[in-house]
Design a protein around this ligand. Sequence first.
Ligand SMILES: [Zn+2]
Ligand SMILES: [Zn+2]
Length: 160
Amino acid sequence: MPVKIPPLPLTGGCQCGRVRYEIRAVPAMFYLCHCTECQRQTSSAFGESLRCEPASVAVTGGMHTTRRVAENGSVRLGDFCPDCGVRILHRSEGDPGRLNVKAGTLDDAAWLVPAGHIWTRSKQAFVTIGEDELAYRQGPEDGGSAMKARWRQMLGIEGE
Ligand SMILES: [Zn+2]
Ligand SMILES: [Zn+2]
């Protein structure tokens, strides 16, 4: 399914308006995570991750950070607004290149279509996966490179 990304920068923020951000480069991919941790964190059916180059994301307002040790031992960081509690970013302590903007916080999220779905083994039954969207029962074995390629295809960006 083709995706028409709005003009850069993409903007967004928390519910109360204290935290605002700009994304100044085209994100590397967009995917949904159906793991039980994302379900708990969002208190919803899945997490929305917009993978961005860290240097392309500028945040103002001052966030607090929560720290969680994942099952595989990696330390996951979550940045949130200290006033309203909305989660803005997910990061990985040992992998500074990995930055996900929680895409529901975009001012305009209507254009988003996921390139893929991960941890579908705990996906809620009422969530339907699009025909051309990639799906993985657990985390992607290739580190997400197939989803990145699919995302570029959806955006109409040629090659790498
Ligand atoms: Zn806030
Ligand atoms: Zn997850």
